[in-house]
Design a protein. Structure first.
Length: 255
């Protein structure tokens, strides 16, 4: 029996900036149909790793395959299989959400009618239809920007989503919408890789987790195996080897 390739297979991704090693031969495996969480403190190398893995930043070493297609050897095929929401996504500010989606749809090779159809469905699902349709992206709130960014990632019907901090600075209502969409995507056979600082969110959504620290993966596996009988946050603090601040207190706040 032939085994299906991993939805996302990252092997030996390595990147240095001068004397600083941002990603140190990182290995990650996202199984088909998995909701995978990548966690780590600021500066752990998560964004650098994901940027290399999706083809936005060339690695010094290593490879990334999307359903068996090499991101750097066959970039067009690989990009057709994945939707990406990078950190700090730049968008055309003077377009409305509908204008952005319909134009991107045509760039993906969809005809005008199909682009308009998908744009309409995505705007409705993201609660960006109605009055919001007349709002330029420059005037979008943070939550609206995250939702339209996710819409651009879903527009061409990918099999894998790679999302860097999709819930950062998002209000609870927008967060609930995004969670529901991602859960439906996975239930329909898709795979999701998200990076996040919010441990409770990862525990709620993800079946598999990897913990990064100082550019390295220090743990990877099913969520219950990685966290054991503790919370993911407690396990995370131990794995990254940091002392939780605040023990000494602040002298000017002492009673």
């Amino acid at each position: 029996m032939t085994t299906a390739p991993a939805a996302f297979l990252i092997r030996g991704l390595h990147k240095t900036f001068g004397e600083h090693t941002a990603a140190d031969h990182v290995d990650l495996t996202v199984a088909p149909g998995s909701f995978y969480g990548l966690v780590g403190p600021n500066g752990a190398g998560k964004t650098t790793t994901l940027s290399m893995a999706v083809g936005l930043q060339r690695p010094d070493e290593g490879s990334a395959l999307v359903h068996g297609v090499d991101v750097w050897q066959e970039p067009l095929r690989a990009r057709a299989l994945m939707g990406v929401l990078p950190d700090g996504l730049a968008m055309p500010e003077r377009l409305t959400g509908r204008e952005l989606l319909t134009s991107l749809g045509q760039l993906h090779g969809l005809d005008v009618a199909e682009s308009a159809h998908r744009a309409g469905e995505l705007l409705a699902v993201m609660d960006l239809d109605g009055p919001a349709e007349r709002t330029l992206i420059v005037d979008y709130s943070t939550g609206m920007r995250k939702k339209i960014g996710l819409a651009t990632a879903l527009l061409h019907g990918p099999r894998l989503l790679v999302l860097d901090e999709p819930f950062e600075a998002v209000d609870p209502v927008s967060a609930a919408t995004i969670k529901r969409i991602l859960q439906r995507f996975v239930a329909g056979g898709g795979s999701v890789l998200i990076s996040s600082h919010v441990m409770a969110l990862v525990e709620q959504l993800c079946d598999t987790v990897a913990v990064m620290a100082a550019g390295r993966v220090v743990a990877e596996g099913p969520l219950d195996e990685v966290r054991g009988d503790r919370t993911l946050e407690d396990t995370f603090v131990d794995l990254v080897g940091v002392e939780v601040g605040g023990g000494r207190g602040l002298s000017w706040l002492a009673s």
